[in-house]
Structure formats: structure tokens, C-alpha cells
Design a protein around this ligand. Sequence first.
Ligand code: ITT
Length: 194
Amino acid sequence: MRKIFIATGNAHKISEFREIFDTLGLEAELVSPKDFNDDSEPVENGSTYKENSYIKARFYYDRYHLPTLADDSGIEIDFFDGQPGIHSARFLPGMSYPERNDYICDKMKDSDNRGASFHCVVTYIDEKGEARFHEGVVKGSIAREPKGIEGFGYDPIFITDGYDKTNALMGQEFKNSHSHRAIALRKWVEDLED
Ligand code: ITT
């Protein structure tokens, strides 16, 4: 079976990758830094999702020489002028995600400017060392208050356009087919099949 290195230390992303692979009917053995007891981390000093995604993929490809998939993602919130974007993992340092989500909803409580979007760029470096990039974007809005326990990060406050519940209430199966990550991976598969 084809082995693919998933270049992330985020356990939630790894399980989403596995589930999206299943949803897409892709057979592969997915391995990640944890399987190699590797806690080294690439320096994400790019200024775009694409650059950071490439930095992560290249870092692990150079270590393990396996076909490698990396994801850089984030949420852009209109009320905060598009922040936190590529800084989503480091936004409001020192706060847990429930605290961050409460903070965001509280700051926005009197505002009708609730637009937001989730972004993801996946980089795939193949066995020959060549990189391909695919992007997934989902538009939505910020909920009045955090709701739901599924997913991770900002899922309790993000409502995908066309739906009326947060991602964390819609559930993992919904995310596996509708998320920014699922869209990017679907494009990657279509590209592989061509
Ligand atoms: P790696 O760099 O090791 O992949 P990370 O969590 O630091 O892990 P990013 O730099 O790409 O990854 O940061 C993405 C952040 O954006 C993530 O930590 C969440 O806060 C948020 N995010 C991304 N995708 C999300 C999703 O599907 N649901 C909720 N929040 C998400």
C-alpha cells in the first residue's frame, strides 16, 4: 500500500486526513512525525498559506524521503480585518481554544459584520521531490456564541454558508466532505487522477 507522510504535528488534522482519505476512497498508509517519535518542527516563517504549507512539506520530505502531504490553514474574520489568517494557531497566545472562541464572540457581540472564511493549502511532494499545491476555501460567518464539541480549533464558532449550525455541531462527517481541508484534498486527488 502506498505510504504517505502527513507533515503535521496537529493530531486533529491527522485524524481528519485519515477520515477524508476514507471518504474519498483512497487507500494509503498515513504516517506522521509522531510515528517516528519526531518532535522537531519546521520554522513557519512564510507569509502565505502556500509558503508555510511548502515549508512543512519540504522539511519532512527532506528527513524521510516519503511522498509528503502538508496542510497550512487558518480562519480569516472580517471583523478583525482578516486576522488571524496564517497566524490562526498563534492568535491570542496563552488562551485555550474555548477561551479564544469566547473572546472572539464577546468582541463581536454588538456587530453584524460576521463574515469569515476558512482557508487551507495542501502541498504534496511526490516520490520525485516535485511539489503540487491545492487550495480549499469555505465562506461562512461567526456564530453569536460557541456551540458544539466536534472538530477542533475554531469549529465551535464557524457556520458554513448555507447552513445554520456551527461546524462543531454539524459534526465530523459534515467537515470531512465540506471543509476547506476536504476541498483542497479533493482537488489534489482529481489532479493525481489526471
Ligand atoms: P501544523 O503546523 O503542525 O500542521 P498547526 O495547528 O500549527 O499544525 P497551522 O499552522 O496550519 O497548523 O494552523 C492552523 C490553525 O488554524 C489551527 O491550529 C486552528 O487553530 C485553525 N484551523 C485550521 N483548520 C481548522 C479547522 O478545520 N477547524 C478549526 N480550526 C482550524
